[in-house]
Every structure is written in structure tokens, then in C-alpha cells.
Design a protein around this ligand. Structure first.
Ligand code: AMP
Ligand code: TRP
Length: 354
């Protein structure tokens, strides 16, 4: 617990098509949180540069994430919706955090190891430093809660480590400048500047798996398009992908215990639960004992019912790129006002300004 004003922050990278995993693991949760919180939702275009996308695709990708946010129901007036590169404090604060974070911490990041693969010497420095920029995204707003999918847990722990080391390293100066806020770590309360951000990783959809391999995450970057449902897929695409989804020959069990060792079956039941806003137990009460020949068409119908209106709205918004750019620019102005204040404090704390 810490005594900062609660503020929700999250980001999505504009690389590739958004998938059902992004929607259920992140965007759907963003929508739910706006009812009770101040939320800032960011299209993290600087992060996209770590994987070298082509410039035209980056521009389109940024608009496309913004369109998905709005189509899913995020209100850009009650919340702040913007793209990262318009608020230069993210990059500036990331540099300060590069000097706080330790090589050893970043060396442990599994996402870097996965993305860099065997040819680590040839990975960009940006890909390695990615998590310090992510910490800066959140902490530029002193964000207290971050909704994400399961794969981002380690990055959020790093953001906490950075906040904690910054608070400790500069505690005297933070106190002298009277910028401290009580931050509780375990039993102890210290005077710090940054909150220790809490991840929000909950609900049935923290990890949606590939439709072709129930042990792999559904991902934008999987070479097989059949492995994922894209938010822009047509109803026919969705039906086809669910029909072709890998399964096993057994009927569905009556209880969740019966899904052990059946990752593909578990994933499809999980997707059904998340889309229908129930839990897996409830889904199995309805479908236990049924074959996939019955369950798959029901799942396809549900997925189309939920996703088709979203895709239609996204297409409509993407036809009006002027409107999307205007939403992003207005959001960036509001985000800048907050981030500028934080960066001003940080400069005084670390001694970059008097
Ligand atoms: P990214 O596409 O990597 O920028 O991810 C954007 C958000 O979607 C992050 O919060 C991820 O954790 C979440 N996410 C991505 N893929 C999945 C998945 N297969 N299941 C659940 N959440 C996901
Ligand atoms: N790393 C996140 C992802 O790949 C995207 C991201 C960047 C993010 N900055 C963030 C998520 C800040 C939450 C908060 O999904």
C-alpha cells in the first residue's frame, strides 16, 4: 500500500495486429477500470522501435491501437488516451532510470531473452533497455495500478525495483525538497517520491494461448495466422480459426480439474469464460460431457457476437484518421502537463536543476 492518489496506467505496443489475447488480457480490463479510476492509456510507439517496424506500419499501427481503445469503449475525455512519443518526458525519465537500474536486473528479463533469441549480440540496445522505458511510462504519472497480461509481470517487478532504489538513493534530497510521500514496503514506511506500482493481473484471461498450441501464448508475432484471432478478423475468419483450433479427442469434462493436461481444451473454455464474463466452472456446467463439435460452434458464435461490433467500429474510426490524430494530440497535451511536473521534480531531486 502507498499513499499516492490512485492512478491507472497501461500501454499497448503498435506492432502487428491486435489479438484476442490483447483484448481479453488488457483492453477489456482497461474499459472496466475507467468506471472507478483515473486512467491513462498509452500507445507505446517508442517501444515499437525496439523491433524496427517499417515507418508507415508504425503510423498506421498507432492509429489502429487508438481505434481499438475507443471502439472497445474507452472514453478519451474522462481518461487520457495518447501516444508515447508525443510526451518527451517518457524518454527523458527513461534515461534517468537507465542510470538507476542495474545490468543484472535487466539481464534477468525473460522477454528480452525470448525476443533476442540466440543472436543476442545483434539485438538492439533499445530492446534490452525496454523495461526501463516501461517503468518511465508508468512513473512519469506516478501510476499506482497497471492492468496487464501475465507476460508483463516481470517488467512490473522491475518498475517497483527502480522506484524503490530511486526512493532510497535520493531519500535525503526528496526529504529536503519536501517532495516525499509515505511509501510502505513490507512493515516499513519510508519517504519516497515514486509509488511501488501494483500490477492488476486477474480474471480468467491473464494468458490466452495460441489456437494451434495450447502451451504457447497467443501472439501478434506468431508466423501462423491460424494461431490467433485478430480484432480485425471477419466473422468468417473467426469461425474458420475456431473450427481449425487444435483440440483433443475427449469430450469436455464437467469440472475444471478435468482440464489438467489438456491445454488446448482449457484455453478454449477459458476464452469462452472471458468472453461471456463467467468462469470456467460455469462454462463446464453448461458444456461438460459435450464434444468439441458442439462446443466450437457455440464458441464461434459467442466470439463473433462480441468481436464483430468491435471490428466494425474500429474500421469506422480508422476511416477518419483526422479524428484519431486529434484524440491522440489532445490526450498528449493533458499527459504532458502531468509528466512535465514529475520530470521537473526528478530534475531537482537528482541535481539536474537547482
Ligand atoms: P503487447 O501486444 O505485447 O503490447 O501487449 C499488450 C497487452 O496485452 C499487455 O498487457 C499484454 O500482457 C497483453 N497480452 C498480450 N498477449 C496476451 C495473451 N495472449 N493473453 C493475455 N494477455 C495478453
Ligand atoms: N511492455 C508492454 C507490453 O508489451 C507494453 C507497455 C509499455 C506497458 N509500457 C507500459 C504496459 C506501461 C503497461 C504499462 O505489453
Amino acid at each position: 500500500m502507498n499513499s499516492f492518489e490512485p492512478r491507472v496506467f497501461s500501454g499497448v505496443q503498435p506492432t502487428g495486429n491486435l489479438t484476442l489475447g490483447n483484448y481479453l488480457g488488457a483492453i477489456k480490463k482497461f474499459v472496466a477500470l475507467q468506471d472507478t479510476n483515473n486512467c491513462i492509456y498509452c500507445v507505446v510507439d517508442l517501444h515499437a522501435l525496439t523491433v524496427n517496424p517499417n515507418p508507415e506500419e508504425l503510423i498506421d499501427g498507432t492509429r489502429s491501437i487508438a481505434a481499438a481503445f475507443l471502439a472497445a469503449g474507452i472514453d478519451p475525455v474522462a481518461n487520457i488516451v495518447f501516444n508515447q512519443s508525443r510526451v518527451h518526458e517518457h524518454a527523458e525519465l527513461a534515461w534517468v532510470f537507465n542510470c538507476v537500474a542495474r545490468m543484472g536486473w535487466l539481464n534477468r528479463m525473460t522477454q528480452f531473452k525470448e525476443k533476442a533469441g540466440k543472436d543476442r549480440e545483434n539485438a538492439s540496445v533499445g530492446l534490452f533497455a525496454y523495461p526501463t522505458l516501461m517503468a518511465a511510462d508508468i512513473l512519469a504519472y506516478r501510476g499506482t495500478h497497471v492492468p496487464v497480461g501475465d507476460d508483463q509481470k516481470q517488467h512490473l517487478e522491475l518498475a517497483r525495483d527502480i522506484a524503490q532504489k530511486f526512493n532510497n538513493d535520493y531519500s535525503k534530497r526528496i526529504g529536503d525538497l519536501q517532495l516525499g510521500v509515505p511509501v510502505t514496503v513490507g512493515e516499513e514506511t519510508v519517504n519516497g517520491y515514486f509509488p511501488l506500482t501494483e500490477p492488476i493481473i486477474e480474471g480468467p484471461a491473464t494468458r490466452i494461448m495460441s489456437l494451434r498450441d495450447g502451451t504457447k501464448k497467443m501472439s501478434k508475432s506468431d508466423p501462423s495466422d491460424l494461431s490467433r484471432i485478430n480484432l480485425t478478423d471477419t466473422a468468417d475468419d473467426i469461425a474458420k480459426k475456431i473450427r481449425k483450433a487444435k483440440t483433443d479427442p475427449e469430450p469436455l469434462p464437467g469440472e475444471t480439474d478435468g482440464l489438467a493436461g489438456r491445454p488446448e481444451a482449457e484455453n478454449l473454455v477459458n476464452i469462452y469464460a472471458a468472453l461471456s464474463e463467467t468462469d470456467m466452472g460455469e462454462v463446464l456446467r453448461d458444456f461438460g460431457g459435450q464434444q468439441f463439435s458442439v462446443f466450437k460452434p457455440a464458441l464461434a458464435e459467442l466470439a463473433i457476437e462480441k468481436l464483430d461490433p468491435l471490428a466494425t467500429e474500429m474500421r469506422k474510426l480508422l476511416d477518419d484518421s483526422g479524428y484519431l490524430d486529434q484524440v491522440l494530440a489532445a490526450g498528449a497535451d493533458r499527459a504532458s502537463a502531468i509528466a512535465r511536473e514529475t520530470m521537473g521534480d526528478v530534475k531537482r531531486i537528482v541535481g539536474l536543476s537547482g
